[in-house]
Design a protein around this ligand. Sequence first.
Ligand code: SAM
Length: 280
Amino acid sequence: MVSRAQAATPGTLHIVSTPIGNLGDLSPRAVETLGGVAAILAEDTRHSRVLLDRNAIRTPLLAHHEHNEAESTPGFVARLLAGESLALISDAGTPLLSDPGARLVRAAIDAGVPVSPVPGPSALLAALAGAGLDAERFTFYGFLARKGKERGATLAAVVALPHTAVLYEAPTRLAATLRALADAGAGERQAVVARELTKQFEEFRRGTVHELAAYYEAQEPRGEIVLLVEGAAPVVADEATLRARAAELRASGMSARDVVQDLMETAGAPRNLAYRIAHE
Ligand code: SAM
């Protein structure tokens, strides 16, 4: 246990995003922050040293990864409470997104330490930005469980989802995941495989889930992958059902405007029909 005096003002825990492939994506503010803290907490210190050396950042690096998070967190919180500022980075992209850091952030917040992000690259947002699927609403699943009940439940949830699903996937498992999604009922859905984002061989491959499954069964992809699947088309309820729902919602005190929204979102009604029924 580290024992340190508590400073009048604690330091700040900075959560710093780093490149997902293209080293040019490290922001000037990330460089400034990483250069100005007492220590940088990294998943793999040897890996991160390359990035820091490239940017002439001489700040000490300390290991903070999924295997030592539980033991190292109290010591880091003590340093923050003693007034030192620290920066958390992961091997690539934004910490906490399928990467370690959640425990430390929670502990810092519980201890009253300010947590401040320095946003930047994440494969999730880069994929979503370039995929061409609806990005207004999406659900991020991170990595699928490899097998078992949890995998089946997540696949079923993706198939039922009314908006875009985003998953991280290993190249060796991509074809099997696409096939499982097709078998679960999403075969005709549009999907995008975003591969090697920001790197030399960046690629967006688009098609139905079924087409992409067949493509990747024939050739296993290389590199890092984000899989995006279009949401399920809403099942439009018939007019009598819409009318009954609208009457019920209006009776409960909901405004006509909110009823329109509800009929569109939960019952798949086109806007003009939802509007007419909500105002009847
Ligand atoms: N924290 C990171 C982020 O913000 O995106 C992700 C870390 S997670 C351990 C690594 C996974 O992210 C990879 O297996 C892949 O699914 C995805 N990924 C990371 N970099 C990528 C890239 N350049 N292109 C496509 N996917 C990438």
